[in-house]
Write a protein that binds this ligand. Structure first.
Ligand code: FCB
Length: 486
């Protein structure tokens, strides 16, 4: 054997930090954003069908009627996931596909779609992670009053039982709600999301009923699922920062943290609503009537893992009297506030930071801080990053490629933040890139592309972007590649 001459021996790259053993690599979508087939096999309209078909509500009049046609193309999509090396797929179930009116017996054809999807995933060695509700309430339940009505929680518990019965033997990870903040406060507060109502008191009532429905569904899932199954909920915890060190701005941050975050984490993880939230909103709802005996015990049934979605931090201030606030949320402008009781808080964009196509500032430290804040406030709680990603103005080059170096940089920075949080003690179990593929971005329609796979909506052709290949490489290494390697 010839010894390698030291002067020509390959330089040893520094050992890359590995993600924890068992760390799950996934990508996420949601039913209304990708499935299409809006009127097939017995599906009836959800609030998002009604909303997107209402002129003026969605950019360009776009709807989810066809979307990425995942309903018909799921086999090819799963094959693509396998090719990319994904270990898990987070999808949501369209309630109005499996229980069209939101009541009564399930429609087998609707259930079959999810059975086939799950079987296909398992066959490909990809773990299915099912979300029961990603914003698409059956329209009939909205017609009966929607989430501001307590009876909707009964409907949700029944629906959870149907799904646990149909898929419980095959799906090991279940999430009750995706971002209930958006359902309550964008749906019933600012009205930029379905059902488009602008009633601050109703938004708070909706938040309580979403909490209660979550707790009731956890009970149902726990009863029906095998012992090893994991239950969870996904929250878009706002990483709130005051604009300045003033006492007024600190109060703005406290208020938004209360009605943006602690309104959910309080009852779910501590079994109580925060006192300051109750005080800030006392003029809008009578909490002593809204929260009935036993509700808090029901809502605080333990979850096995908390899902967190993070895109950008939330910078706030409390303007002097007379000054007006600037904008009210990253999800779309409205003259109505999604922050009941704290309508006077102003929102800002950080100076000097790069932005995505959503005009959201890019700030990986926000994800690090979020994971560390939750770990500090709820020690020992396992976490999962259930969404993180970015929209950029992607296009197909004449050679048929989609180069998205900004997305690679975004993902690299945020995965690095996850690693730093893990090193500092956060128990992060996995990461789901938003999104597997370009899709219907709610009020922005098809104008914003979040996918790591490009979708040509005319032909429905899928083209993995450069970031998909990069992500594949990360999964294979179970570590980040050296910076600049893409
Ligand atoms: C989240 C939603 C998801 C997607 C991303 C960009 O708030 O959960 O459906 O729209 O934002």
């Amino acid at each position: 054997m010839t010894a390698v001459r030291p002067d020509i021996a390959p330089k040893q790259a520094p050992e890359a930090t590995q993600f924890p053993t068992g760390f799950v690599w996934g990508a996420a979508t949601a039913a209304y954003q990708v499935e299409g087939a809006a009127a097939e096999d017995g599906r009836t309209p959800s609030i998002w069908d009604t909303f997107s078909h209402t002129p003026g509500k969605v950019h360009n009049g776009d709807t989810g009627d066809i979307a990425a046609d995942h309903y018909h193309r799921f086999r090819d999509d799963v094959a693509l996931m396998k090719q990319l090396g994904l270990k898990a797929y987070r999808f949501s179930i369209s309630w109005s596909r499996v229980q069209p009116t939101g009541r009564g017996p399930a429609v087998e054809r609707g259930l079959d779609f999810y059975r086939k999807l799950v079987d296909e995933l398992l066959e490909a060695d990809i773990a299915p992670v099912a979300t029961l509700y990603h914003w698409d309430l059956p329209q009939e339940l909205e017609d009966a009053g929607g989430w501001p009505q307590r009876v909707t929680t009964d409907r949700f518990a029944d629906y959870a039982a149907i799904m646990a019965g149909a898929l419980g033997d095959r799906v090991a990870t279940w999430t009750t709600f995706n971002e209930p903040w958006c359902s309550a406060f964008l749906g019933y507060g600012s009205g930029v999301h379905a059902p488009g109502r602008t009633e601050p008191a109703a938004a708070l009532r909706a938040a309580h009923h979403l909490n209660l429905a979550h707790g009731r569904a956890i009970e149902v899932l726990r009863d029906q699922l095998p012992a090893g199954a994991q239950t969870s909920v996904t929250l878009n915890l706002h990483q709130v920062r005051p604009l300045t060190a003033s006492a007024a701005d600190a109060d703005a941050a406290r208020r938004i943290d209360a009605v943006g975050n602690r309104i959910f984490t309080g009852p779910m993880l501590r079994g109580e609503y925060p006192e300051d939230l109750l005080a800030d909103t006392a003029h809008l709802v009578d909490w002593s009537k809204l929260v009935q005996d036993g509700d808090l015990a029901a809502i605080s049934r333990p979850v096995d893992v908390l899902g967190v979605n993070y895109y950008t931090p939330t910078l706030v201030s409390l303007p002097e009297k007379g000054e007006s606030g600037s904008g009210n949320d990253v999800h779309g402008a409205s003259e109505f506030s999604p922050w009941p009781g704290s309508e006077h808080v102003a929102f800002h964009l950080a100076e000097g930071k790069e932005r995505t196509a959503m005009n959201w500032s890019i700030d990986p430290d926000g994800l690090y801080n979020l994971l560390m804040d939750v770990t500090r406030d709820h020690p020992g709680l396992p976490l999962m990053v259930t969404e993180n990603g970015a929209a950029f103005d992607d296009y197909v080059s004449p050679e048929g490629r989609v180069e998205d170096p900004e997305r690679i940089a975004y993902l690299h920075g945020h995965l690095d933040a996850v690693q730093r949080a893990v090193a500092d003690g956060a128990d992060v179990r996995g990461y789901f890139l938003w999104s597997l593929m370009d899709n219907f971005e709610w009020a922005y329609g098809y104008s914003k592309r979040f996918g790591t796979v490009y979708v040509d909506y005319g032909s429905q052709r899928r083209i993995p972007k450069a970031s998909a290949h990069w992500y594949s490489d990360v999964i294979r290494r179970h570590a980040l590649p050296p910076a600049g390697l893409s």
